[in-house]
Write a protein that binds this ligand. Structure first.
Ligand SMILES: *[C@@H]1O[C@H](CO)[C@@H](O)[C@H](O)[C@H]1NC(C)=O
Ligand SMILES: *[C@@H]1O[C@H](CO)[C@@H](O)[C@H](O)[C@H]1NC(C)=O
Ligand SMILES: *[C@@H]1O[C@H](CO)[C@@H](O)[C@H](O)[C@H]1NC(C)=O
Ligand SMILES: *[C@@H]1O[C@H](CO)[C@@H](O)[C@H](O)[C@H]1NC(C)=O
Ligand SMILES: *[C@@H]1O[C@H](CO)[C@@H](O)[C@H](O)[C@H]1NC(C)=O
Ligand SMILES: *[C@@H]1O[C@H](CO)[C@@H](O)[C@H](O)[C@H]1NC(C)=O
Ligand SMILES: *[C@@H]1O[C@H](CO)[C@@H](O)[C@H](O)[C@H]1NC(C)=O
Ligand SMILES: *[C@@H]1O[C@H](CO)[C@@H](O)[C@H](O)[C@H]1NC(C)=O
Ligand SMILES: *[C@@H]1O[C@H](CO)[C@@H](O)[C@H](O)[C@H]1NC(C)=O
Ligand SMILES: *[C@@H]1O[C@H](CO)[C@@H](O)[C@H](O)[C@H]1NC(C)=O
Ligand SMILES: *[C@@H]1O[C@H](CO)[C@@H](O)[C@H](O)[C@H]1NC(C)=O
Ligand SMILES: *[C@@H]1O[C@H](CO)[C@@H](O)[C@H](O)[C@H]1NC(C)=O
Length: 690
């Protein structure tokens, strides 16, 4: 195919200035919400009203795009409508002829299989595409595996010249240049979307006018039943994403019956595995659920869940404490909320209440953390599930380098969950387990004080300087390696233990310190002083000495790893490589602020407050981080971005155009809007630390 007619089109609804088409659907009281966002080579259009919510993504290759990197993802509708058919409509302008080579009319998950697979197609889904010529227009449609739902994508020439024509080819649609009216329709039940004003609490309603773009984005992803993780790749429930978001955005999210906070908590509790108490990582719904169930010999479309991520279970008690104990509104809600019958969405949980499932989750955590309290060995640390290659937020192949024992879960999430279980038990939330009031605190103290040492990496100053020189020699960044920036021994914590290539410690400097700072107020002064100081040094030092770049703070820095595999695998093209994610910026900024807030001048304040070499270091790191967030404010609502070092400076680059690391087939396109990246609506710089 010639690159000039390579039109790449991902339609999640429709295109251009989308408007809804509703045959037989009720008219809406409120005006539709629309948003158009450009992230070259992608253009995104959002449309939602009371009947339909849709995202359209159009890809036009840039003149300098490497077409091998932007996967040809010709994809199709996954908006939701209500029976009968609803959908969206828009105008697609082609300034050259184009071929739609591969329409995938299926669930987002089906499309992700193709994009991330890479190129994984399911014959049972593709073979069901029906092409039909309609005069000078044409359409492709597909009956879902449920035998009920149909998705249709129709193109009709339009516009003043109106000489264009689309022809059905061999499993393709062939377009001449011109304007086309695109109509995407389906008959699938629509959930109840929360209005922008219903997502935010009353004190924060002003954001609807002050920050309309982010407010629309958060509302687009918010439903009374759950919050969706991101657009477009993650337009479903994800436990970790929604809970991290709720923790960061709690100060502005609505509370009470029908609120955003209860949507998050309810969605998580509803989907807990009743047998072992684990939190659902990702749900499988719609056409993909029918597809997965078919493989298991089950003839229905019931929701399914994956439980492979071990971190997700530990966020739940923390969020429950924030809401049901610390919030004046939430305090009044547990009695009623906990009695909600489970099973209306996850049929496996019929017969239980959300309260029962919360108890199962706490039992899981108490049971998993007990052994280490008795005997502090590496074997007793929390491991990923034996049959899972990944299992916390860095869930790509190179995320934690194949490590079995993740840093974040062991040193922060487990003790934080235990602290919260103790508080929840004291508040009467687990009436049968009053003993947890003390026991969970006892456990937490051990997990707080005895886990960091397993992960700590200390590199003497001179050795550290030499390692970053060696790293610069191995990479092609052509940027200064800043050995003079290393003014002390370098200390950081391995991102995991027991990784690939026989790495006992996966010595990648990283941002996961933010979990401890954000979630815990530890009390072992000797440990806290050096921990908070090394975070500050690593955050403020410029890459490759530290984590800071002109594109903001990277989530991983492999420069101190001696094995060449570090530099090879954690690259600017790797999803969890030397790239910038938005939410860790927010969590690190908030975490450092919370630690500094403990310095209230009292005798009980932590010792680091009274050591200016440390306190000032933290303050510099906090302000360096905020300066970089402000500089990159255009990026922060996105999921993840990368950078190039060119003409003496760091330049932001979309991850989607960077070459993937060796051994990874396709590149990942960043979501234009990610739920947890909207955290900066709530997380603001505190100027009293300037
Ligand atoms: C189509 O538009 C793009 C972007 O504006 C431009 O680079 C390209 O040359 C145009 N192609 C034709 C055939 O006009
Ligand atoms: C859909 O129809 C096909 C063919 O009649 C049948 O084999 C299949 O089981 C049906 N699927 C469902 C979920 O009803
Ligand atoms: C474009 O032309 C076709 C064929 O002449 C006609 O059927 C169609 O209604 C026209 N569409 C518009 C939007 O003018
Ligand atoms: C729920 O947990 C049990 C026990 O660990 C496990 O056997 C089962 O497969 C889990 N359910 C799902 C859907 O993964
Ligand atoms: C699946 O269930 C539907 C009814 O819900 C039935 O019509 C169909 O025959 C079933 N398919 C199989 C393979 O059992
Ligand atoms: C929320 O409000 C609805 C409508 O008033 C009521 O039916 C429902 O029981 C309430 N749910 C909870 C958990 O309070
Ligand atoms: C690095 O990447 C190579 C090639 O994909 C792989 O074999 C190896 O296991 C990876 N090592 C680590 C520590 O990620
Ligand atoms: C880096 O490469 C230069 C030039 O090849 C060499 O002189 C220097 O010794 C290397 N430095 C390290 C630390 O390997
Ligand atoms: C890892 O250790 C095993 C056993 O000692 C050895 O066979 C293997 O070659 C080592 N792998 C690497 C990549 O060093
Ligand atoms: C900023 O920090 C100061 C000092 O800890 C604190 O008193 C104040 O409440 C903080 N402001 C905000 C808006 O959180
Ligand atoms: C830690 O201390 C800060 C400052 O006193 C406070 O705002 C925060 O809520 C505390 N966090 C926890 C988890 O107790
Ligand atoms: C904290 O870090 C700074 C900068 O690296 C260093 O100068 C200072 O000695 C450290 N303080 C302590 C108490 O370790």
């Amino acid at each position: 195919m010639k690159s000039s007619n390579l039109l790449q089109l991902s339609v999640f609804g429709a295109l251009g200035a989308a408007v809804a088409v509703q045959s037989g659907a009720p008219s809406c009281v409120n005006p539709p919400s629309t948003l158009a966002l450009s992230d070259p080579p992608y253009k995104n259009f959002f449309y939602s009203d009371c009947n339909v919510a849709a995202q359209a993504v159009v890809t036009s290759p840039l003149p300098d795009s490497d077409l091998k990197q932007i996967g040809p993802a010709y994809t199709a509708p996954s908006s939701s409508g209500m029976p009968p058919s609803v959908g969206v409509q828009g105008v697609l302008r082609l300034n050259d002829s184009a071929v739609l080579t591969l329409p995938i009319l299926g669930s987002i998950r089906t499309i992700r299989d193709f994009v991330e697979g890479p190129s994984l197609l399911h014959p049972i889904i593709q073979a069901a595409n029906n092409f039909a010529q309609d005069g000078t227009g044409a359409q492709v449609s597909r009956l879902w595996l449920d035998n009920v739902t149909t998705t249709t994508l129709h193109f009709a020439p339009c516009g003043s010249s109106n000489t264009s024509k689309v022809t059905v080819g061999k499993g393709t649609l062939d377009f001449t240049k011109g304007d086309y009216l695109v109509t995407a329709q389906m008959n699938y039940p629509q959930m109840t979307q929360l209005k922008p004003s219903a997502v935010l609490n009353s004190q924060s309603r002003g954001l609807t006018t002050l920050d309309p773009g982010d407010t629309k984005a958060v509302a687009f992803l918010s439903y009374s039943e759950k919050l969706l993780a991101g657009a477009w790749r993650f337009l479903t429930y994800f436990g970790r994403d929604s809970m991290i978001t709720a923790l960061l955005m709690e100060p502005i999210l609505s509370q009470g019956n029908g609120s955003a906070m209860e949507a998050v908590l309810g969605a998580v509790l509803e989907r807990i595995n009743r047998t072992d108490g684990m939190v659902c990582h990702e749900e499988t719904i719609g056409d993909y659920a029918t597809f997965v169930n078919m493989q298991l010999g089950i003839n229905n479309s019931d929701l399914g869940c994956t439980y492979g991520a071990i971190d997700s279970s530990y966020y739940l008690p923390v969020l429950m404490q924030r809401y049901f104990v610390q919030s004046p509104v939430g305090q009044q809600r547990w009695a009623k909320f906990s009695k909600t019958p489970a099973g209306s969405i996850d049929t496996h949980n019929q017969g239980l209440t959300w309260g029962d499932l919360a108890l199962r989750n706490a039992e899981y955590i108490m049971s998993k953390t007990a052994a280490f309290v008795t005997d502090q060995t590496k074997e007793n640390l929390l491991h990923l599930e034996a049959d899972q290659p990944v299992g916390e937020w860095r869930d790509s192949f190179y995320g934690i380098g194949g490590g079995r024992i993740p840093y974040d879960v062991n040193t922060a999430l487990a003790p934080a969950a235990l602290r919260s279980i103790a508080t929840l038990a004291r508040s009467g939330i687990y009436p049968m387990e009053k003993k947890w009031s003390k026991l969970a605190d006892t456990y937490a103290k051990v997990w707080e004080d005895k886990t960091l040492q397993f992960f700590q990496v200390t590199i003497p100053q001179q050795e550290a300087q030499s390692r970053i020189e060696q790293y610069s020699n191995r990479t092609t960044f052509a940027m200064p390696d800043n050995p003079q920036a290393i003014d002390s021994d370098v200390v950081f914590h391995a991102v995991s233990l027991d990784g690939y290539d026989n790495l006992t410690k996966v010595e990648v400097m990283n941002t996961d310190d933010c979990f401890r700072h954000f979630l815990l107020n530890t009390t072992n002064d000797a440990q806290l002083t050096s921990f908070v100081n090394q975070t500050a040094s690593n955050v403020r030092r410029t890459f490759p000495a530290g984590l800071m770049t002109g594109a903001s703070m990277v989530v991983a820095n492999p420069a101190y790893g001696l094995n060449p595999v570090y530099a090879q695998n954690w690259t600017t093209g790797a999803y969890h490589g030397t790239v910038v994610w938005s939410w860790p910026l927010a969590m690190m900024a908030k975490g450092l602020e919370l630690q500094m807030a403990r310095c209230d001048g009292s005798a009980s304040a932590p010792a680091f407050c009274y050591d200016s070499s440390v306190y000032d270091n933290v303050k510099v790191a906090y302000n360096t981080l905020w300066d970089s967030i402000d500089t990159n404010s255009k990026e922060v609502a996105g999921e993840v971005w990368s950078w190039l070092y060119k003409n003496g400076q760091f330049q932001v680059m979309p991850l989607g155009v960077m070459p993937p690391p060796p051994g990874v087939g396709g590149q990942t396109e960043s979501d234009i809007r990610q739920l947890w990246s909207l955290a900066f609506m709530a997380v603001k710089r505190n100027l009293s630390y300037k």
